[in-house]
Design a protein around this ligand. Structure first.
Ligand SMILES: Cc1cc2nc3c(=O)[nH]c(=O)nc-3n(C[C@H](O)[C@H](O)[C@H](O)COP(=O)(O)O)c2cc1C
Length: 387
């Protein structure tokens, strides 16, 4: 029996195992209106059928200006909400918890889709590019269009847009929502002193730089059903000198527990042009481990976070659910993360782009009998699914 295939109850949702498909932008909408289409159904549906415990839909913009590209999905209107509903429903029908990431790209918006055949960098205005916004008019990376500072009133609008998108995610049937606070996008731009030079209540001190993330998390918690999972993806470190570091992450996460955060997913980087961080399999695991170790003393409210003793949604001790992601491709590496208690769950991104059945394959390879439950019924005659 493998720890990867132990179920986990987070908030009121049960993940059948500890494997998460992380959000991955597909830059594939049928028209440029943020409405998900057949591709999202096939991409997410196949990975739900492949055995993931949770399947998280791509960074989905809370406003049109918050899209990374004009091919991004959105959740700022009802048409988008209606189009997501059958996708969330299908993910659930295959045994996975349906989740969605909500984001705003800030100064990293208005770029070409990261697909072969497209330019990289910003879309020129004459080709449909739009004005981008940021904490201080400082781009997160140099290959960006000029960006302008958000006003105080516009920041309030961003918060309201996150909350409205979360309401729509609920209406669409998602059971987990993950706020995008990583990778140099808008919320991360506020956290990082490199991109946030404001002198008002949204910048300067740690408390001020974290205010936007805290407001978004608290705002969503009020609108989001108590039994559903509220998560936050953070860049655990900018890997830039004198910037956001793991100590800041731990400090922020500890405060967010009081705001009703259930889950934190640790990624890294995204600010600056030069990558100074580690590389290689599991390179971000130490960030998750640091957050897990330094939040173990926190007792969460009933029904929040991970049920430690498996007592169900409302009973038993609860602590923050911490996941890792990043260059984990081998089944053994993923299993070792749990065996060594370095995180509660593991995200498998690029490896699952080419192997949608990664979880079922892992269970079989690790000799876990539960692999049979992970193989979708119509695929049981596939040879890879046989003992
Ligand atoms: C095609 C692609 C799109 C991605 N889009 C997103 C995204 O929408 N939101 C996000 O937080 N991370 C995004 N990421 C990062 C992944 O979620 C993941 O953290 C990263 O790929 C590292 O995990 P891996 O090595 O298992 O792929 C993307 C990665 C890829 C490859």
């Amino acid at each position: 029996m493998s720890l990867l295939f132990e179920p986990a109850t987070v908030a009121g949702q049960t993940l059948r195992n500890r494997l998460i498909l992380p959000p991955m932008c597909q830059y594939t909408v049928t028209t440029k209106d943020g409405v998900p289409g057949p591709w999202q159904m096939v991409h997410l549906g196949a990975r739900a059928a492949g055995g993931f415990g949770m399947v998280v839909a791509e960074a989905t913009a809370v406003t049109p200006a918050g899209r990374i590209s004009d091919q991004d999905t959105g959740l700022w209107n009802d048409a988008q909400c209606e189009a997501w509903a059958p996708i969330a429903d299908f993910i659930r029908s295959q045994g996975a918890v349906p989740g969605i990431q909500l984001g705003h790209a800030g100064s990293k918006a208005s770029t070409w889709p990261a697909h072969p055949g497209f330019d990289s960098g910003p879309i020129p205005p004459e080709e449909g590019g739009w004005e981008t916004v940021s904490p201080s008019g400082i781009p997160a990376v140099s290959a960006s269009a000029p960006t302008r500072e958000l006003t105080d009133a516009e920041i309030e609008e961003v918060i309201a847009a996150f909350v409205a998108a979360a309401r729509r995610a609920d209406a669409a049937g998602f059971d987990a929502v993950v706020v995008h606070g990583a990778h140099g996008y808008l919320l991360h731009q506020f956290l990082s002193p490199v991109t946030n030079r404001r002198t008002d209540q949204w910048g300067g001190s740690f408390e001020n730089r974290t205010r936007l993330v805290r407001r978004v998390v608290a705002g969503i918690r009020e609108a989001w059903p108590a039994d559903k999972v509220l998560g936050l993806r953070l860049s655990g470190s900018d890997w830039v000198q004198s910037s956001w570091a793991v100590e800041d992450t731990v400090r922020l996460v500890r405060t967010l527990v009081d705001d009703g955060l259930d889950w934190v997913d640790l990624s890294s980087g995204g600010i600056g042009d030069t990558y100074l961080g580690p590389k290689g399999p599991g390179y971000q695991v130490p960030l998750a481990e640091a957050v897990k170790r330094s939040t173990e003393d926190l007792v969460l409210a009933p029904g929040r976070g991970l049920a430690v003793d498996g007592d169900g949604p409302d009973g038993g001790a609860r602590r923050l659910f911490v996941s890792t992601v990043g260059s984990i491709t081998s089944f053994e590496t993923a299993e070792a993360v749990l065996v060594n208690d370095r995180a509660d769950a593991v995200g498998i991104g690029r490896a699952a782009l080419v192997r949608p059945n990664w979880p079922a394959e892992a269970a079989r390879s690790l000799d876990d009998d539960r692999f049979r439950e992970l193989v979708a019924a119509p695929y049981h005659r596939g040879t890879w699914g046989r003992p």
